[in-house]
Design a binder for this molecule. Structure first.
Ligand code: HEC
Ligand code: HEC
Length: 133
């Protein structure tokens, strides 16, 4: 596609408008079906951030933890399903990580209020599904 100034300006304006809407809209509330460790009322955006974080920390795609949809007419994942054992392992790992932070890092505040480093999935996994790899 030829990029001329006019389309360029139009694209920038459109992006500015979309950006403006996104910035003024309150975080979207979404009903997830099967949350056991994350807050039930987590927004779509925050859940997305958590999932991206899992994905990067383990160096996997969404389907590492999420089973394929039973509906064979699509290639979607059934995010609410607990069919894949990896999903439940991830829940345990999430609880373990929270416990480590709470018990040993005092929610990231040291005794004198200084910031403490926290433990995350990445701390052990370093981009690998199995930390010892
Ligand atoms: C390392 C495992 C893992 C990976 C990778 C992962 N997820 Fe998840 N996902 C989970 C777990 C665990 C839960 C359930 C959290 C809970 O019980 O509170 C979940 C829940 C969800 C839910 C909520 C489903 C519902 O209605 O209950 C959605 C949507 C979702 N994930 C999307 C994604 C997407 C999109 C990706 C890829 C970008 C992804 N996940 C990658 C582990 C994973
Ligand atoms: C303190 C270190 C540590 C942290 C933090 C940690 N993990 Fe793990 N994780 C491990 C170890 C060690 C194993 C391998 C356990 C085994 O082989 O039985 C593992 C295994 C897993 C597996 C199974 C992988 C496979 O090959 O089947 C998943 C899924 C997983 N972790 C997800 C997570 C997620 C998501 C987080 C962050 C919420 C996380 N882990 C945080 C150490 C950690």
């Amino acid at each position: 596609m030829m990029f001329n100034r006019k389309t360029g300006v139009a694209v920038i304006l459109t992006l500015a408008i979309i950006g403006g809407i996104a910035a003024t809209k309150p975080p979207e509330e979404h009903k997830f079906q099967n949350l056991k460790v994350l807050p039930k009322k987590i927004s779509m955006q925050d859940l997305g951030k958590v999932m991206d974080n899992f994905k990067e920390a383990l160096g996997v795609k969404c389907n590492f933890c999420h089973a394929a949809s039973k509906d064979s007419s699509n290639h979607h994942l059934d995010f609410a399903s607990d069919e894949k054992p990896e999903k439940n392992i991830a829940r345990k790992m999430y609880k373990m990580t929270a416990k480590i932070n709470k018990k040993f890092f005092s929610y990231n505040k040291g005794e004198t209020g200084e910031m403490m480093p926290s433990v995350e999935c990445m701390t052990c996994h370093h981009g690998h599904e199995h930390p010892t790899k």
